[in-house]
Write a protein that binds this ligand. Structure first.
Ligand code: HEC
Length: 142
């Protein structure tokens, strides 16, 4: 009986799209319920901060592409061809965001480029981060 009541309570709360048991008091108001019903069911915490994107770039890309995106990171010396210099406007104009996205997730080989550009298949699950990295790559040319 007790369990049944708790479960029903959760279901009721959940129907207002408010997570059950998040310890935030659960004081649901009509406005949050309406907003939650129309918005995607993603909590704000999944939004990426600039810091997170910068960190991801630094951890995953800058060793080769360099902090300023010129393709001169410490790992670039041994590479041939060299990592892409993102500040190269002609290159920027020649690629689509889709191609950059594909390069980031599946690696150079997937777009007919050098296989020494590694893929990051785990990012397939993080389209927001990939989109942010594409933006970051674009930003180096400005
Ligand atoms: C191990 C070194 C290395 C790392 C780490 C690396 N890259 Fe690259 N990347 C390369 C190389 C080498 C190329 C050049 C490939 C070519 O021109 O054939 C390249 C090319 C690219 C290109 C250009 C593809 C094209 O169509 O010309 C993009 C975009 C790119 N990398 C993005 C990234 C991003 C974003 C990251 C981090 C998530 C990253 N790379 C991490 C080595 C690396």
């Amino acid at each position: 009986m007790r369990y049944w009541m708790i479960a029903t309570g959760c279901a009721l709360v959940a129907s207002f799209a408010i997570a059950c048991g998040d310890g935030k008091g659960g004081g649901s108001t009509t406005s949050t319920a309406t907003a939650a019903a129309t918005a995607a069911p993603k909590p704000a915490s999944t939004e990426l901060s600039e810091v997170e994107v910068a960190k991801a770039y630094e951890m995953r890309c800058s060793s080769c592409h360099g902090k300023t995106g010129k393709g001169d990171g410490p790992g670039s010396a041994a590479l041939n061809p060299k990592p892409r210099d993102y500040s190269d406007k002609a290159w920027q104009d020649s690629v689509t965001d889709e191609q950059i996205t594909k390069t980031i997730i599946y690696g150079g080989a997937a777009v007919g480029k050098s296989p020494s550009m590694p893929g990051a298949p785990d990012l397939e699950q993080k389209p927001k981060l990939v989109a942010a990295l594409v933006k970051k790559v674009r930003s180096f040319a400005k």
